[in-house]
Ligand binder design. Structure first.
Ligand SMILES: [Fe+2]
Ligand SMILES: [Fe+2]
Length: 200
């Protein structure tokens, strides 16, 4: 439990409301994400309470239609970028962050982790990386290469994030879908960090 701007956010208190916002088919994914985020937070020394809350709320607007997403964008002053105009489902990370802040009073660290859970981005915080990777590898995820990223997530978190960016970018390009520049920036940022580490 922690306080922010007069709010008290407690996992057990918001859990029923957060679960009720999901389509039934997404509930196992969110539960998997919570347990994965807990394990990752423990492994990498992040705040486990914040990781649990961010994972619980990360897809809180995922059930909304594109029209509803765009209405929330208007409400919260979010201007869709080119990738979001082409793939409006990407917007749920930004609308979710704002809704989680407004409805549940989460702090900026949790809101930021929700805001980048699909695309990542440059200079991600530890909590952002954890929620991004938890969403990618949680136990219900089944895709070619997931086992490799699962292993990496517990041995080198940055490499796990970087390799997942590569796999995702490759996939969206092959599918002829929009490339999110936040992910490209995130990839380049991790490469710069890697180079700097090697040159030290
Ligand atoms: Fe999501
Ligand atoms: Fe998700």
């Amino acid at each position: 439990m922690f306080r922010k701007r007069g709010f008290i956010v407690e996992f057990s208190e918001i859990y029923p409301q957060a679960i009720a916002m999901l389509k039934p088919k997404r509930i196992p994914h969110v539960k998997g994400c919570i347990s994965e985020a807990e394990r990752l937070a423990e492994r990498w020394g992040a705040n486990i309470i914040k990781a649990r809350i961010a994972a619980l709320l990360h897809d809180c607007t995922k059930a909304l239609s594109s029209v509803e997403q765009l209405k929330l964008c208007e409400k919260y002053g979010i201007i869709p970028n080119q990738a979001e105009m082409l793939s409006p489902e990407l917007l749920h990370q930004k609308t979710g962050a704002e809704l989680a802040r407004e409805r549940f009073g989460v702090d900026s660290e949790i809101a930021d982790a929700i805001r980048r859970h699909t695309t990542g981005g440059p200079h991600m915080s530890l909590l952002e990386k954890i929620i991004y990777i938890a969403d990618y590898i949680e136990p219900t995820r089944r895709f070619s290469g997931v086992e490799h990223i699962r292993e990496l997530a517990y041995t080198d978190l940055d490499v796990a994030v970087r390799e997942s960016f590569v796999a995702t970018l490759r996939y969206v390009l092959e599918q002829g879908r929009a490339v999110c520049t936040d992910m490209v920036d995130g990839y380049n940022y991790l490469l710069i960090e890697k180079r700097d580490r090697e040159n030290r």
